[in-house]
Write a new protein. Structure first.
Length: 151
């Protein structure tokens, strides 16, 4: 099932963390689309290409979060759940960082930025609770010594 097809038949769609992730994705997509519409008359230059790359990275991070939440539902191994959680955390933090960076060039995007940052902060609270429910007794060893509490 694709992310945009989540709905009534998807039990994960009622999970508050997934709902918040989808809201972040919706807001990032709106900013991404608005930014793409704004730059149609601009010439190609290094700064514009870097901005487009930043917007694409922002979108990629917003897409990664609900995908990794979905992946975590399908695994029991503590180490794999924690690995996915780290990727989710990094993506959320990068979203906030990228939004702040983009504001330097586009202060008119402040409304988008404020909404995205607020959603990520709300997501963080839900995320902390979600990770706290992982069962560390189920296959805790990742073979690298990262998540094994016995090492």
């Amino acid at each position: 099932m694709y992310l945009h097809e989540e709905g009534k038949n998807d039990p994960l769609s009622s999970e508050p963390l997934q709902q918040k992730a989808m809201e972040i994705l919706r807001l990032v997509r709106a900013l991404h689309d608005a930014a793409q519409a704004d730059d149609t008359d601009l010439t190609e230059d290094t700064e514009l290409m870097m901005e487009r790359e930043a917007l694409d990275i922002l979108m990629g991070n917003a897409l990664l979060i609900p995908g990794k939440i979905r992946a975590n539902i399908q695994v029991e191994a503590y180490w794999l759940r924690m690995e996915n959680a780290v990727l989710i955390k990094r993506a959320a933090m990068e979203i906030q960082s990228m939004v702040h960076q983009l504001l330097f060039r586009h202060p008119d995007w402040q409304d988008y930025a404020d909404m995205i940052i607020e959603e990520v902060e709300q997501f963080r609270g839900l995320f902390i609770n979600w990770v706290g429910r992982f069962d560390s007794s189920i296959d805790p060893d990742d073979g690298w010594g990262l998540f094994d509490r016995n090492t």
